[in-house]
Structures are given as C-alpha cells and as structure tokens.
Design a protein around this ligand. Structure first.
Ligand SMILES: *[C@@H]1O[C@H](CO)[C@@H](O)[C@H](O)[C@H]1NC(C)=O
Ligand SMILES: *[C@@H]1O[C@H](CO)[C@@H](O)[C@H](O)[C@H]1NC(C)=O
Ligand SMILES: *[C@@H]1O[C@H](CO)[C@@H](O)[C@H](O)[C@H]1NC(C)=O
Ligand SMILES: *[C@@H]1O[C@H](CO)[C@@H](O)[C@H](O)[C@H]1NC(C)=O
Ligand SMILES: *[C@@H]1O[C@H](CO)[C@@H](O)[C@H](O)[C@H]1NC(C)=O
Ligand SMILES: *[C@@H]1O[C@H](CO)[C@@H](O)[C@H](O)[C@H]1NC(C)=O
Ligand SMILES: *[C@@H]1O[C@H](CO)[C@@H](O)[C@H](O)[C@H]1NC(C)=O
Ligand SMILES: CC(=O)N[C@H]1CO[C@H](CO)[C@@H](O)[C@@H]1O
Length: 333
C-alpha cells in the first residue's frame, strides 16, 4: 500500500517534471499575450533583433520592454524604445487594460496619429510618446486618463492647439508638449489645475497670444515657454509670494519693464534672452541663488546690480541690450 503510494507520487512527479518548462513558469496572462503578439505583427521591422525575445515559447512577462504585476501577472508596462520599426501605434494597445506605463520613444519611423483606443487605459500613470514621427492633434481623450501623472508627447509633429481640458487631470506632475508644431494660445484653464500643479514644457512650438493671467494664481515649479511667438507681460508669474524655481521664457516677444519686478527667493534659473524687455535689472536679483541667468538680447539699460551671483556669469548672459553696463559688461559711462 505504502509502496504503491510512493510509486504514484514519484510517477506524478516524473510527469510534472517532463512537461515543457514554459508552461511551468509561464506567468503571462493569455489575453495579454494574444494582444502583444498582435502588436508585434503590425510592425515592420528593419531590426530583426528588436523583437526577438517576443517569442510565443517564452513567458511574455520576460519579453524585452515589458513588465508584469508580481501578484496578478497582468501586463503593466509596455515600453518600446529606440528600435527601427515603422508603422502606426496599433489600436490593440488599448486592449491591455492593466497598463500603467505606455512608452514609444526614439522611433523616427513611427508615424500616424495617436490612437483613440488609448482612452481605454484607465490605469495609465505614464504616457510617453516622444521622439517619433507622430502627427495630428494632442487628443482630448487624454483627459479621460485620470490617473496620469506624466504626459510626454514631446519631439513629434503634433499640430493644432493645446486641449484646455488637460487641466482636469489632478495628478499630473508634468506636461511635456515641447518640440511640436502646436499653434493657438496657452489655455486659460492652465491656471486652474485643481490637484498637483504640473511643470509645463511648451517650448519650440508656434504658440501665440499672451500668457493667461490665471497662471499667476498657481505656484508652478518649472515653466518652459521658450521659442514660441508669445507676447505681452509675464511679470505676474513672479512676485515674492511665488515658489517658482526654473523659468525659460527665452526667444518670444515678451515686453515689460523689469525694473520693478520682485523675484521669489525660490528662483534658481531664469532665461529671458531674445525678448523685448525694458528697464534695469532690479537690485533684488542680488539676493537670489542663481545657477543660471540669461537676460541677453533684450532692451535693458542701466547698471547691472553688484553682488550675489550676478557677477558669476560672463558677458554672454547680459550682452546685446540697449545700454546695459557694469561687470561683466564694460563699465558704465
Ligand atoms: C502583492 O500583494 C501583496 C499582498 O496583498 C501586497 O502587499 C503587495 O504590495 C502586492 N504587490 C504588488 C506589486 O502589487
Ligand atoms: C530604418 O528603416 C528605414 C526604412 O523604414 C531605413 O531607410 C533606414 O535605413 C533604417 N535605419 C537603420 C539605422 O536601420
Ligand atoms: C507613414 O510612413 C509610411 C512609410 O514608412 C508612409 O507610407 C505613410 O504614408 C506614412 N503615414 C503617415 C500618416 O504619415
Ligand atoms: C504659493 O506659495 C506661497 C508660499 O509657499 C503660499 O503662501 C501661497 O498661498 C501659495 N499659493 C497658492 C495658490 O497655492
Ligand atoms: C501674497 O499672496 C497673498 C494671497 O495670495 C496676497 O494677499 C498678498 O498680497 C501677496 N503678497 C505679495 C507681496 O505679493
Ligand atoms: C521702467 O520702470 C522704471 C521704474 O518705474 C522707470 O524709471 C523707467 O523709466 C521704466 N523704463 C521704461 C523703458 O519704461
Ligand atoms: C544667453 O543667451 C544667448 C542667446 O541665445 C547665448 O548666446 C548665450 O550663450 C547665453 N548665455 C549663457 C551663459 O548660456
Ligand atoms: C524620419 C522621418 O520620416 N521624418 C519625417 C516625419 O514627418 C515629417 C512630416 O510630418 C517629415 O517631414 C519627416 O521627413
């Protein structure tokens, strides 16, 4: 009796061990695997090695660029980076309901528009589609991704205006729309984020108009509006009360008098080069702990205040103004 039990046990152990090893360790969810194989099939590869690990005989949680949840084994990250694949983002990405992180990056031959099926990915925390050849608008359906904390659509060929509804996303830490072909104004709603206040990177577009006054109501940490066609006064974004740290407003057509602007103590980087700013740099600048400062190519006049970090920068931070003078520029007459 005892012997036959041992016999059955060892037989079943033998059977168990002789099963093909993938099915023993395969954590991959079959539904996710099916969708991933569909995604692979839609791309044309110029680099046969990129997807070589996407092999049906290997656990899909171990495929290159993927990550599964340890407990549920559902796919939570799909990150495709730097391969020479061409074609569109397949609509099938919307069939990976547990995705938290979706990235297509540095893929110069990835083109077409951003597929609307992405709106189904309600668990998405990071959406990064950047350094690609994507065109079309910044889709408004992104507003439905309420868990998003990073939206990065930089370095593409996106056109149209910035959807005002993005301000409804309450968990955003950063919005990167820089290096596209966006037009229109910065939405007034960007001064009305109700949760976290995201860093805004909108540089290298064709944005026009004034910066909405509403943005003065929020405490931003970093703003990069450089290389657009923005006009008007942006001094309301400063003020002693603010907590802003890094500002790049260079290469626009901003026009205001710098003389009476009060800068917050938090400011460490200020780039205002290539605008139409008048007045004299205020004495208050000497109190700040600047790591970077550039007011070159404006219409400033008078003496650069002496002290603080202001003389740590060379003439290239101050040159090409109307009649600015004093160290590091030539002495005032
Ligand atoms: C897995 O489940 C355990 C127990 O419920 C939990 O403590 C842990 O945070 C979970 N891990 C992940 C990655 O979700
Ligand atoms: C990438 O693919 C394109 C065709 O889509 C081809 O012209 C190009 O030479 C490829 N580049 C590399 C580095 O393989
Ligand atoms: C995408 O690129 C392919 C060639 O790689 C081209 O045939 C197609 O027209 C492009 N589509 C768009 C929307 O640019
Ligand atoms: C901005 O920060 C300052 C200083 O911490 C604080 O006094 C002010 O209430 C904040 N404003 C907003 C709108 O959160
Ligand atoms: C600081 O902010 C408060 C409330 O937002 C405002 O009443 C006050 O005038 C501000 N002070 C300065 C110096 O801007
Ligand atoms: C800038 O403001 C200062 C102080 O109010 C004033 O003396 C100066 O004339 C103004 N400069 C210009 C160009 O408006
Ligand atoms: C300031 O900006 C000007 C104009 O773009 C540039 O030539 C100069 O090198 C910059 N200065 C520094 C310190 O980066
Ligand atoms: C690498 C590549 O294909 N770049 C193209 C991307 O799309 C723009 C127009 O939208 C073309 O001008 C580029 O040549």
């Amino acid at each position: 009796m005892k012997n036959s039990l041992v016999c059955i046990l060892s037989l079943s152990l033998l059977l168990f061990l002789s099963l093909p090893s993938p099915s023993l360790s395969d954590r991959c969810n079959p539904q996710d695997k099916k969708v991933l194989l569909e995604i692979k099939a839609t791309f044309n590869f110029n680099n046969p090695y990129y997807f070589s690990s996407w092999n049906p005989n290997i656990d899909c949680c171990d495929w290159y660029g993927l990550d599964c949840d340890l407990n549920t084994s559902r796919l939570i990250a799909l990150t495709i980076f730097g391969g020479n694949l061409s074609g569109k983002i397949p609509a099938a990405v919307g069939e990976l309901p547990f995705l938290k992180n979706l990235m297509f990056r540095k893929l110069p031959n990835l083109n077409g528009t951003i597929p609307s099926s992405i709106a189904k990915l309600k668990n998405l925390r990071e959406l990064r589609l950047s350094w690609t050849n994507l065109s079309g608008p910044v889709p408004t359906f992104i507003t439905q991704l309420t868990n998003l904390y990073l939206l990065d659509l930089s370095f593409n060929y996106l056109t149209g205006s910035i959807p005002p509804s993005l301000s409804q996303l309450t968990n955003l830490l950063a919005i990167r729309l820089d290096r596209n072909k966006l037009t229109g104004e910065i939405p007034d709603t960007f001064g009305k984020f109700t949760g976290t206040v995201p860093d805004l990177y909108l540089s290298h577009n064709q944005l026009t108009g004034t910066v909405p006054k509403s943005l003065g109501d929020l405490n931003f940490t970093e703003l990069d509006f450089s290389r657009n066609k923005l006009v008007g006064d942006i001094s309301f974004l400063f003020g002693r009360n603010k907590t802003i740290q890094i500002v790049d407003f260079s290469r626009n057509m901003f026009e205001f008098n710098l003389s009476n602007v009060k800068f917050p103590a938090s400011l460490t980087s200020l780039d205002l080069n290539h605008n139409m700013i008048t007045g004299t740099p205020p004495e208050g600048l000497t109190a700040l702990n600047f790591q970077y400062l550039n007011v070159s190519y404006n219409r400033l006049c008078g003496q650069i205040p002496v002290g603080g970090k202001l003389q740590n920068f060379d003439m290239y931070s101050y040159f090409h103004n109307r009649c600015l003078c004093g160290t590091p520029l030539p002495a005032c007459k």
